[in-house]
Design a protein around this ligand. Structure first.
Ligand SMILES: Nc1ncnc2c1ncn2[C@@H]1O[C@H](COP(=O)(O)OP(=O)(O)OP(=O)(O)O)[C@@H](O)[C@H]1O
Ligand SMILES: [Mg+2]
Length: 259
């Protein structure tokens, strides 16, 4: 049983126009086996939260704490955070030309486990995981995400999730851009991985359609850099009906949140 605690987190990014505060007191606790859905307007800071947890150097923490089983995650480098059990499926997965998927996955697995997986079982595990995600075996020899379609990139993220077996997985819009079949395949991959490893999930999404496949225990509204409301699965339907205007700061609306 593991716990990820985010406590009153404030973070900013430096832009050419100066400092832009983005996270403004984000507080959340996730336990193993729990699925939390995070919904909120564009530009409210959901991806920033994901990147800050993973250790993206652009996002500077001003105050607050993040603890993984009591360990100070913010004091760790991004690779140490991954080794501690944190996984991020990015909203826009990065292309890495020149590094093949197989090399990347095997290196990541070796680093996370502290030892290289045995060649025979690894090849079998990788092949089976790709098959279940309906990925053509040819993807194994292609460069990481290079030239992948939007949906193929999302499948590749879930492939990593299945193989790396983290304690906590942040899925940043893993459902965006997927066709109906891919949405089911990707969701089944997440559910399979969760069943096998009972990790905690933070799932950022704009749509209730994925929540039909990956059932959240808790739904949060994230607006203006922090969590503003928490509820059960019914909150997601409510949001789809009424939008986010009631959660936005006075004088703004979903449109101006983009400004
Ligand atoms: N590197 C950066 N430089 C400048 N501004 C940034 C940077 N990163 C984030 N921001 C700004 O911070 C705000 C939050 O962005 P973020 O990507 O976290 O939002 P989001 O909630 O994930 O939105 P979406 O639902 O559209 O994915 C936005 O206004 C964005 O433009
Ligand atoms: Mg985002």
């Amino acid at each position: 049983m593991s716990t990820l605690e985010i406590k009153d987190l404030y973070a900013h990014v430096e832009t050419k126009d100066g400092i832009k505060p983005i996270l403004k007191g984000a507080t959340l606790t996730v336990n193993s086996g729990e699925t939390h859905a995070i919904m909120g307007p564009n530009g409210s800071g959901k991806s920033t939260l994901a990147y800050t947890l993973a250790g993206h150097p652009k996002y500077v923490v001003d105050s607050g704490q993040v603890l993984l089983d009591g360990q100070d995650l913010l004091a760790m480098t991004p690779d140490e955070r991954a080794k501690a059990g944190l996984f991020l499926a990015m909203q826009y997965p990065v292309e890495v030309p020149g590094v093949s998927m197989t090399n990347f996955l095997r290196t990541a697995k070796t680093e996370i486990d502290g030892k290289a997986p045995s060649l025979r079982t690894w090849a079998k595990e990788l092949g089976e995981a790709m098959k279940r995600l309906k990925m053509d075996p040819k993807f194994a020899s292609r460069s990481v995400n290079e030239g992948f379609s939007g949906g193929e990139k999302k499948r590749a993220e879930v492939l990593q999730l299945e193989l790396l077996k983290p304690k906590f997985a942040i899925l940043d819009e893993t459902d965006s851009g997927l066709d109906v079949d891919a949405l089911r395949i990707v969701s089944e991959g997440v559910n399979r991985a969760k069943e096998a490893n009972q990790f905690g999930i933070l799932m950022v999404t704009h749509y209730t359609r994925i929540l039909k496949y990956i059932k959240p225990d808790i739904v949060h509204v994230f607006a203006d850099g922090h969590f503003v409301k928490t509820g059960g699965p019914e909150l997601a339907d409510e949001l789809e009906e009424s939008g986010y205007d009631q959660y936005l700061p006075e004088g703004s609306d979903s449109e101006s949140a983009l400004a």
